[in-house]
Design a protein around this ligand. Structure first.
Ligand code: PMP
Length: 365
């Protein structure tokens, strides 16, 4: 404390809207089953880890220079990966999709502007709104955690937001949105509509991505990440697809050289191994569907999931269930509506641990 024992947060010129707030974050604990942050449980293969290491070493040889400020090669590779006729001009990349979302609010939100979200949803959306001094309007989802298209359009007309957040599949509920809802909101919105598709790769058959709307609705922005299906949360790489004008706008707020040369090299190498990295997605989807069935068979209420996690209830004292799971080495997430908990889909071994621990924790064993 350098001798200033009485000095604390209250002595700093902290913004009034940040006083009393706590930092966002889930516990980082070493336990038998870490099922709380929707990561992919399968690490890169030794072959891929080595390839990433080689790419990082090559980048290291040039670290006296700033990286490609526009990350053009990486954006081209991401566009090729997405398909849909996209090219580098349609794609932007940043350090995780959280940074993508922050740049979107820096460019399109701000004082005297409003963002609308449909909650329960990803709690970083309002936090990033606050950080960029953007007003936040929360519209409730239906009892089944869906977004009612008419409610959504009415809210957009009433609040005239410069940014709308639609999360599909939604975190923490797993719910995906029909394209018609996204289209209705995009047609009514005076500003941009961000479709946060962090979990897109886990969608069930027949659930569409909003990527197909980009040619029709130039105000739609689709946000994606390599942190989930791509099994690369530690590398921090998020990206978006949108009209090139959106990318031009974000360049006005991005910090120069925000994506390190190492990050760019690692992400490009990972994209070359996309098939391998995405190889576990089928397994995880099947494990997810089996988990939903198992929970329902044991009389839990379960939200339909198009993601790599499942929201289940109803637990009159969810904190107690959370604690009893943790006592058995199973870490899940206390998030979402009061009587529900969220569990990430892990390996078969981790899910077996979870199932046993849950039966014990809820007195069903
Ligand atoms: N969007 C949603 C819906 C998420 O759940 C997450 C991660 N929890 C993110 C964005 C951000 O992930 P990242 O910054 O790792 O891309």
């Amino acid at each position: 404390d350098f001798g200033h024992t009485d000095f604390g947060l209250e002595d700093l010129p902290l913004r009034d809207d940040l006083r009393g707030q706590s930092p966002y974050g889930a516990p980082q604990l070493t336990v038998r089953a870490v099922l709380n942050t929707n990561e992919n449980p399968y690490p890169p293969s030794p072959r891929l880890a080595e390839a990433i290491g080689r790419a990082a070493a090559e980048a290291a040889a040039g670290l006296n220079r700033y990286p490609d400020r526009d990350a053009v090669d990486l954006r081209r590779a991401l566009a090729d990966h997405l398909g849909h006729g996209l090219d580098a001009a349609n794609v932007w990349a940043a350090n995780g999709s959280n940074e993508i979302l922050q740049q979107i609010l820096q460019a399109f939100g701000g004082p005297d502007r409003t963002a609308v979200g449909f909650e329960p949803s990803y709690s970083m959306h309002p936090i990033i709104a606050r950080g960029t001094a953007t007003g936040w309007v929360s519209v409730p989802r239906t009892a089944r955690f869906e977004v009612d298209a008419a409610d959504a359009v009415a809210a957009v007309k009433e609040h005239q937001p410069s940014v709308v957040f639609l999360t599909s599949p939604n975190n923490p509920t797993g719910t995906a949105l029909p394209l018609e809802t996204v289209e209705a909101v995009a047609a009514a919105a005076p500003g941009v509509v961000v479709v946060d598709e962090a979990y897109a790769e886990f969608r069930r058959e027949g659930t569409p991505s909003a990527l197909s709307l980009l040619p029709i609705h130039p105000n739609v922005i689709v946000s994606r990440t390599m942190s989930k299906a791509f099994a690369l949360a530690g590398a921090r790489l998020g990206y978006l697809a949108a009209h090139p004008a959106v990318v031009d706008a974000l360049q006005l707020v991005r910090l120069p050289y925000h994506l390190s040369a190492v990050t760019q090299a690692v992400a490009r190498t990972a994209l070359e191994y996309a098939d391998e990295l995405l190889g576990a997605v089928e397994t995880l989807r099947a494990e997810r569907d089996a988990l939903v069935d198992w929970l329902r068979a044991h009389d839990f209420e379960v939200a339909d999931s198009d993601a790599n996690f499942v929201l289940f209830g109803r637990l009159p004292d969810r904190s107690e269930v959370f604690r009893k799971l943790l006592e058995q080495g199973v870490l899940i997430r206390e998030v979402g509506p009061p009587e529900w908990l969220r569990v990430t889909v892990g390996t078969p071994e981790e899910m077996a641990l979870f199932r046993d621990a849950l039966l014990t924790a809820t007195g069903r064993a």
